[in-house]
Design a protein around this ligand. Structure first.
Ligand SMILES: [Zn+2]
Length: 260
């Protein structure tokens, strides 16, 4: 699943290719958007800015219109030279923006919506997002406040996935940052000291920032525990385990030997 680093990387690439331009071509090939007439609504408007917050990406156009995208589990962005072959089938394209010899394509994105800037600001799903783990400044105090407002019995591994607490972390970075901080993802959030939470967050922030810059993404990175169940822990040699957590049964990976 694409996490915040992947989305920031995509935002940087789209920005470099298309920001400040009036797209020469806007297409919404997916049948779901056939009647939305976005190409007409956005016609002649410059792409004013491109930004990411957590796993959300915002394409802001002149005329106070914003395209909001969230890739969920399967979506991806491609930014490439206009006319170059696509890595995914044309049927899977949801949005195409082209200009200045470049093309940005969103594939398989189940959340793609055109909204007024006012609605983008007021939408509770967006207004309630926590600080971006790789935002320019990270307000740690606010992260802790939000964490302590969440269910205190929620396992810390799962609590770090709450986008209201901290935006951008997904299943992979959750497992890896708990391992780095020697934090047992099964401990109730209430039993984890602030410093240990912040150590996990600091690891995620540092590594995700690097990943967002390099664009290597979550698939190519070597993992300490994520998807390593059954293998020996790189720190202590204990066998790494996996099990689903909390209400959504999101699988976590951890070393019972050295994560306390
Ligand atoms: Zn270990």
């Amino acid at each position: 699943m694409p996490e915040g680093d992947t989305i920031h990387y995509a935002a940087d690439r789209i920005r470099a290719a298309l920001e400040g331009r009036v797209p020469e071509r806007i297409l919404t090939p997916h049948p779901r958007h056939r009647l939305d007439r976005w190409p007409e609504k956005l016609s002649g408007r410059a792409l004013r800015s491109v930004d990411a917050h957590g796993k959300h990406l915002f394409l802001r156009f002149d005329g106070a219109l914003t395209l909001h995208s969230h890739l969920r589990m399967t979506g991806s962005w491609a930014v490439q030279r206009d006319g170059a072959p696509w890595r995914r089938s044309k049927r899977r394209a949801w949005l195409v923006l082209a200009g200045g010899g470049w093309e940005a394509v969103q594939f398989d994105g189940p959340v793609l919506e055109l909204m007024s800037d006012a609605r983008a600001r007021a939408d509770p799903r967006l207004a309630d997002l926590g600080p971006d783990v790789i935002g320019e400044h990270l307000d740690e105090r606010r992260v802790l406040e939000r964490l302590r407002e969440d269910d205190p019995t929620r396992p810390i591994g799962d609590a770090l996935l709450n986008q209201r607490t901290l935006a951008g972390i997904g299943n992979m970075w959750k497992a890896e940052c708990c391992f780095a901080a020697e934090l047992d993802p099964w401990r109730a959030a209430a039993d984890v000291a602030d410093e240990q939470v912040l150590a996990a967050v600091a690891f995620a922030r540092r590594e995700m920032t690097r990943s967002a810059r390099e664009g290597k993404g979550f698939q190519t990175r070597p993992h300490a525990v994520y998807r390593q169940a059954g293998r020996p822990c790189p720190r202590c040699g204990t066998t790494i385990r996996q099990r689903g957590q909390w209400e959504n049964n999101r699988v976590t990976f951890w070393c019972p030997g050295c994560q306390h």
